[in-house]
Design a protein around this ligand. Sequence first.
Ligand code: TTP
Ligand code: MG
Ligand code: MG
Length: 362
Amino acid sequence: MGRIVLHMDLDYFFAQVEESDRPEYLGRPVVVCIYSGRDTTSGVVSTSNYEARRYGVKSGLPIRTAMRKLKGTDAAFIPARHERYAEVSQKVMETLARYGEKFEYVSIDEGVLEITKASDDDYGKAERIALAAKQEIREKTGLTCSIGVGPNRLIAKIASDFRKPDGLTVVKPDEVEGFLAEMDVGKIPGVGAKTREVLNAAGIRTIAQLRDAEPGFLAEAFGKKTGGWLINAARGIDESEVGAQQGEQKQISRIMTLKRDTRDVDEIMDAMEELIRDIGKEVLENKLTFRAVGASVVDETLRTHSKSRTLPRPAEDAAQIGRAARELFAAIAAETKTAFRRAGVKVEGLASAKGQKTLGEY
Ligand code: TTP
Ligand code: MG
Ligand code: MG
């Protein structure tokens, strides 16, 4: 039995959230900016919607350059709201994760799902799973994403980028070679501008050319390990597991907007009740323990205040989250004067509960 992997990437993510939160931006170029704070126009573009991309405005561009390119249009330049994007991302990932047997969070707008079992190793079913996930993500968040489905993570990721926005690309094992052949080597995730340049200088532009390259040359140019990895990637080979390595979850957090601005700890804790129960449930379901609890608030001036505390020993129950959170919110309230608009709780220092000493052994 082979594997079927699904990769999801949200379309023009931060800018799409801005569009969906504020319909008045629809149809206009939208540029999400990370201001350096030095003056009102210094900083870089975080991302932009497709209208803005038509003018050559994309991630990483200086804001001033973007302004020049969009001069005379009704473009909207908006400061990035990371918290809001994280909140939407969380909703998307929770929705997506339910469609497969293993989920890995890759980045704020990307997730990978193993759907071998969920699809009975059938690409027709896999495609229906992808469509259903896209539809539910859209219903829950209003956002479109692009999905790639393939026999491994590498192919799924490349496929997710193949048709954007709102794309779905399914690559079956016997289609992998043809799918990759004419692509630019830069389409391989991990092949950056520098690697691409070295390859191009050797006359290697397409993935098919890379596949047929002299292994000796690649080993010499990039080292044995990277050279071998490049050849494998060009052949569409990738054995890495979903949910195994780097994407290991480091924290579980929830944040919500309070019914009204307040500084009252009891009122905040009432609001946090369900959210804390939710975190506790996720800890239990994933058989985890946590080593630290954090609390944060966003005040009426949109400033964030947060505190966290390390526990004397790894814990796993929601009651401990609640006790620590109450003290942390009280400590934050004691040090601030403004009312709080949003409040959140997180647990950190996650470890797998199995193989760990039981409470009785301490
Ligand atoms: P991407 O998925 O690379 O880009 P995107 O979602 O904006 O557009 P696409 O439709 O092509 O997927 O990045 C996800 C988010 O990460 C993006 O919305 C904003 C942020 N980001 C930055 O802040 N700076 C950057 O340089 C990049 C590449 C992304
Ligand atoms: Mg994206
Ligand atoms: Mg992305």
